[in-house]
Design a protein around this ligand. Structure first.
Ligand SMILES: C[S@@+](CC[C@H](N)C(=O)[O-])C[C@H]1O[C@@H](n2cnc3c(N)ncnc32)[C@H](O)[C@@H]1O
Length: 207
């Protein structure tokens, strides 16, 4: 069967519709809007690793979930879609949100958004949330301290599970070491074959 023409330049990953970079909506937004400035210009692979992990280890239905460094927010959108999660998507860069909003509309889910830096997150911002997630967010050495501070805030707020995923870069390993020492965090390797062959590591911090 041939796909509906409206699905041209759209990929479907775990039932989430994702606009490809050459989709006319993306091209139009790139033309008329200021672009994301801190690498939030596409969907990054580690988000798919967390998505895959959560499909196997699902949170409770309607859980409150925070996605930090959300970029286009595909991970949070997937949680809203699969688990009816109440998602808050946070990013330092306001320019990612038109892309997130377009995908939330396309997938018919509501996502709350907030402009904030990791280091400014306070326990009060995360109270009542059971999960904090982030894919491909620890890619510079100067992100280790801010992310550790966000993790501390989440733990203080009582967030039960924090999952950060990465292909395995050195700043991520620095963060992982600090979290293993401070909170007994675990590091789990994960491989997926869809939307493409990908492998990486999940830093999982529970309490
Ligand atoms: C590589 S992108 C990953 C985006 C998304 N998680 C994904 O997997 O597609 C990193 C994201 O982190 C955001 N970011 C970078 N530094 C940040 C900070 N200090 N606080 C909050 N967000 C930040 C960027 O704006 C960008 O959207």
């Amino acid at each position: 069967m041939t796909a509906h023409p409206a699905l041209k330049d759209i990929s479907i990953v775990n039932d989430v519709l994702i606009l490809k970079k050459n989709h006319k909506i993306i091209r139009r937004m790139q033309r008329v809007l200021p672009g994301p400035e801190i690498h939030g210009y596409q969907v990054w692979g580690s988000s798919f690793l967390i998505m895959d992990y959560l499909l196997e280890n699902p949170p409770k239905k309607k859980a409150k979930i925070t996605e930090i460094g959300c970029g286009w927010g595909i991970l949070g959108i997937s949680c809203a879609q699969h688990f009816k999660a109440k998602v808050t998507a946070i990013d330092a860069d306001e320019h990612v949100f038109p892309y997130l909003d377009a995908h939330a509309m396309l997938n018919d889910v509501n996502i709350a958004t907030r402009i904030a830096r990791y280091e400014h997150l306070k326990p009060a911002d995360l109270k009542g949330h059971s999960l904090m997630l982030g894919g491909d967010i620890c890619f510079w050495d100067n992100l280790v301290k801010p992310l550790f501070s966000a993790i501390e805030a989440a733990r203080e707020a009582g967030v039960g599970t924090i999952i950060i995923a990465d292909p395995g870069r050195s700043p991520f390993h620095k963060l992982a070491k600090r979290c293993q020492k401070a909170f007994g965090a675990t590091l789990v390797t994960r491989e997926i074959s869809s939307p493409k062959k990908l492998s990486g590591e999940l830093l999982i911090i529970t309490q």
